[in-house]
Design a protein around this ligand. Sequence first.
Ligand code: C2O
Ligand code: CU
Length: 573
Amino acid sequence: MAGETLFFKGTKSRVIFLAFCLVGTCLLAEAEVHNLTWEVSYQYKSLDCYKKLAIAINGETPGPTINATEGDTIIVNVKNNLLMENLAIHWHGIRQFGTPWSDGTDGVSQCGTMPGDTFVYQFVVDKAGTYMYHSHYGMQRESGLYGLIEVSVPSGTKEPFTYDGEHGVVLSDWYHSSSYEQATGLTSIPYVWIGEPQSLLINGRGKYDCANLSASVCNAANPECAPSSFTVVPGETYRFRIASLTSLSALSFQIEGHNMTVVEADGNYVEPFATENLYIYAGETYSVLVTANQSSSRNYWITTNVVSRNASTPIGQAILNYNPNQNLIPPNTTPPPGPLWNDVDARKNQSLAIEARQGYIQIPPHPDKVIVLLNTQNKVDGYTKWAINNVSHTLPETPYLIALEKNWLDVFDQTPAPESYDYENYDIYSVQNNSNATTSSSIYRLEFNSTVDVILQNANTMTANNSETHPWHLHGHDFWVLGFGDGKYDMKNNDANYKFKNPIMKNTVPLHPYGWTALRFQANNPGIWLFHCHIEAHFLLGMLVLFESGSSMVSVPPQVNMGCGKTKSLMQP
Ligand code: C2O
Ligand code: CU
């Protein structure tokens, strides 16, 4: 039973319910309730051999993997033991139908949980696949507060591929400065950029060069930074469930001497394709199948490297272990360095190669509304910001979901957020002065159940000849990826490039430099949902929008953290 391998304190109870009925035959399925208790606290960790504070769940970072079966209910009692810092945890990729209060987004679905308090998240994992969870409070995620959610198909159901075993892989980037230091620099005049990460971690393990540092600060022999290893039996096929939880870096992932077959992306089945390396952006998950078909006389390197930015961060390394019965022996070969950071075409080609498995969900043929979102770096009152259609978003003190439910229209900007930009005249290849940029807490209000197309349009940053990769993530929904293109999206002709045949559904998609990405979704989940760049610094600086739909159907939450903004007025004296 999948649930028996859970790595957390907690209890499970079983509920029998009717799963589904097909032509008069009803199948009985068992759905479990997983009741977890998590204590979140700071701990000294040496994840890349360099000792620094990290945020751990029950002492671990990455936190415990949640293993469940489609249809199960997850209850997580999150106790904030951070002492001096609020907390919110988001279940990334879980759509939260009927449970918008459990989305875990500070400023949107809840007030941050205060030190000493416990917040109870409760939701159903309604679709098999690979997901993740992470902090959604300021830049807190990058302190190590994240982990995997693995949802298996109900028993009796077959997946469209087979494998003998599986491994979970959490990829992250790691800084030695604290998130406070970074957030302060980013929001100051002069602006201080965070720079590139010191290390890349695979399942929370990396290797920083400790030369010239005292062993009390950086100790290469610390077992906490020994490389992660993944055991295989020769001839068998493994499913690697890979999630990128980087705060900044776009990555490539590869296994020395082994091809990978991509079969799942963001909880949706992919028409299988083979590749030597997988490009993966912050907020994405993939499953790849790997067959242990190489000589077992040695082990093989697994590596990950930064792409899209000219970073000096060393590659992250782990070991594919063919010899579990002896002490782990690192291969004596050179670890694969991965593709060149600036090979943009290879990355775009992989984006274009991802198609839905045939026979997947029918896409609505036409949008009811098209929203174009220009992505720019801006200055507002001398501060560096990221803006969408020249509006840099600021989250209000009072969470939107509570404000909408209470009809408190004074707590956020009621001007509708802009649905387009001056695309006739805007030159995406040059540095603009964008002198009309502003900050606002305005939102997009979408008709419930309507079909919405979103065109993400990239542009030059405030540095000449520079445009960045932005991984955009939508809460509460999956979307169809309609297409990618170079240059400026042409409102009249570009939908010829849409691939209506088998568009994949995802929850996170890259916007490539100087390009556009088009997606379609149905606003069928009552509530208010973030859509944002998954880079921590960009999110902090306003690269986000909000989609409200059907929020009038959302009723009083069973339990909400009060104590921020206008919610204080609801507290008992
Ligand atoms: Cu994975 Cu809004 O985030
Ligand atoms: Cu971004």
